[in-house]
Design a protein around this ligand. Structure first.
Ligand SMILES: NC(=O)c1ccc[n+]([C@@H]2O[C@H](COP(=O)([O-])OP(=O)(O)OC[C@H]3O[C@@H](n4cnc5c(N)ncnc54)[C@H](O)[C@@H]3O)[C@@H](O)[C@H]2O)c1
Length: 386
């Protein structure tokens, strides 16, 4: 087997997503399992260099994941022509600066969402990458979750009949930081640092809506900052300027209505932190990150409103699990493998910086909708001419 090493500059790798999803579960996992077999006698072997600001954190990560190369000097790392891919998972407000530099250095780009804090920045990156002719991609991991893969399979198999509505209940309690440690970074709650639940989560909802239901055409959103004061990583109090809950509706040309609640100030009473329900004329599905349950037209019970007697129907018993029928690797790893195949073997890859910009567009228009208290249409996104 011919080994094709791919040098990957991994920037922001000491962060939550960088370490857990991109290094541990994706790049180190791919390398440790022998690489990506291209099926033509070649195998892609990722060769990462870890980049961050804190030497001791980098050294510890490099030791733990058996990575030989790390540096605190991003500019020097970008000079190495043998490292052909640049990956960025720094906090959102750093993205445009980092990714533009890497495009200028001729690297293939792969990065976390959102690709910028506003649409102008996101489009600028897409434009720069296109002009430079570098391959590019954005993390759209939720598409590759087992629950979503099963849901898409049901849609493709005609299970639902005519699609009617799509609902999401997503979120969990993010601790304020005063009496228990915080479970998300504090910048997530400061608008001035690129925080806020809309900019964080609506980029995910954009690619899910577009790919599961069809192109989303209009958004109505109301957001709130339910918890106005929080405490940061050092225990210092700060004002939460970023919203922590968003109540959104989305419409499509095919008549489906989607209604998504996204909240960091809620306590789930459900099987998973996010639960979607898709209703169609012939059946419905309840989808979590992993599970997918269905109820078809034929076994839909007929409830009667009668609060005077205990409810006689076990509603949950009328649903059945959709079988896996396959193995589901980590969703981030799935997309990394597709991107690296795209870089090395020119295989198609749809989730470019322009697709990533659509996510930022939805977030920006949802914020506008909330500010103006009205539905906002979503124009088709094209690259600005230089
Ligand atoms: N795909 C997903 O499901 C998902 C989930 C959570 C977060 N994210 C995105 O991933 C990105 C990182 O989020 P996170 O939760 O890992 O945040 P984090 O705060 O844990 O990590 C951010 C990283 O950026 C680095 N950084 C911050 N400011 C910097 C600066 N000025 N110079 C250099 N490095 C700097 C930090 O050192 C850290 O390594 C964000 O853009 C976020 O929106 C994606």
């Amino acid at each position: 087997m011919e080994q094709i090493p791919v040098g990957i500059i991994m920037n922001g790798i000491t962060g939550r997503m960088g370490t857990r999803q991109h290094l541990a579960r994706s790049i180190a996992a791919i390398r440790d399992s022998g690489g990506i077999d291209l099926g033509d006698g070649r195998v892609i072997v990722p060769d990462p260099i870890l980049v961050g600001r804190n030497e001791s954190k980098l050294r510890a990560l490099a030791d733990e994941y058996h990575v030989e190369r790390w540096t605190t000097d991003l500019d020097r790392a970008l000079e190495n022509e043998a490292d052909t891919v640049f990956f960025d998972s720094t906090s959102t407000d750093q993205r445009v600066g980092n990714v533009s530099k890497a495009i200028a250095a001729g690297k293939a780009i792969y990065c976390e969402k959102p690709t910028a804090t506003d649409l102008a920045g996101a489009l600028e990156l897409a434009r720069l990458a296109t002009d430079a002719g570098v391959k590019n991609g954005v993390v759209q991991d939720k598409l590759f979750l087992p629950g979503m893969v099963k849901l898409k399979r049901l849609i493709d198999g005609g299970f639902f009949g005519e699609l009617l509505s799509f609902r999401l209940n997503f979120g969990y309690w993010v601790f304020e930081g005063d009496w228990q440690p915080i479970n998300r970074p504090s910048w997530n709650y400061r608008a001035e640092d690129g925080g806020g639940v809309v900019l964080d989560m609506y980029p995910h909802w954009r690619y899910l809506l577009d790919n599961i239901i069809g192109p989303v055409k209009s958004v109505l959103c109301h957001h709130e900052t339910h918890i106005p004061q929080r405490w940061d990583e050092r225990g210092e109090p700060y004002r939460a300027t970023g919203e922590d809950a968003a109540y959104g509706m989305f419409s499509f040309d095919n008549g489906v209505l989607a209604q998504f609640t996204t909240s960091w100030a809620t306590r789930p009473y459900r099987d998973e932190i996010g639960e979607w329900q898709l209703d169609g004329t012939l059946g419905s599905a309840i989808v979590g990150l992993r599970d997918c349950r269905v109820q078809s037209r034929a076994n839909t019970p007929m409830p009667v409103w009668n609060p005077d007697v205990p409810n006689p129907i076990d509603f949950r018993a009328g649903w059945s699990q959709v079988p896996d029928n396959t193995e589901f690797p980590n969703a981030f790893r799935v997309e990394w493998e597709m991107f690296l195949r795209h870089v090395v073997a020119d295989e198609p890859f749809r989730w470019t910086l322009l697709e990533g910009a659509k996510g930022v567009q939805l977030a920006e228009l949802a914020l506008q909708s909330s500010a103006e208290r009205r539905w906002v249409d979503i124009p088709e996104l094209t690259l600005p001419t230089p």
